[in-house]
Write a protein that binds this ligand. Sequence first.
Ligand SMILES: [Fe+2]
Length: 130
Amino acid sequence: MNITLEWKENYNTGIEEVDFQHKYFLKLIKRFAQLTEGEPDDEYVKRLLLEIVLYAEFHFCSEENMMIRADYPSVKQHQKLHNELVQQLNDEISSFKNDKESIIHLIAFLANWFMHHTVEEDIKFANHLS
Ligand SMILES: [Fe+2]
């Protein structure tokens, strides 16, 4: 598999809470990626996916609250984007089957989803703050 799940310098927004949460989210993706190494239990996979969705929702809520506190002008737009991202994630998960092919597909989806969100979107908020 050709996806790096290590933290990279360009993921840093410089906002301590955001970076902390992003690092944790990446850790969850790595944990999910480890499922390819064994024969994961259906119930555990379901719970891990639930943790990923709940953490993503928590993270977005947390970020939106930071934006509101900072009077970020694009908060509504960012909120809309967050809702779309959660929708995409839920769509992916609803078509997920616990087999290797599905796991590999979802790892790639999560990695791209994460990078797009951090590197392209959150950096705009970080620039607003600085
Ligand atoms: Fe974020």
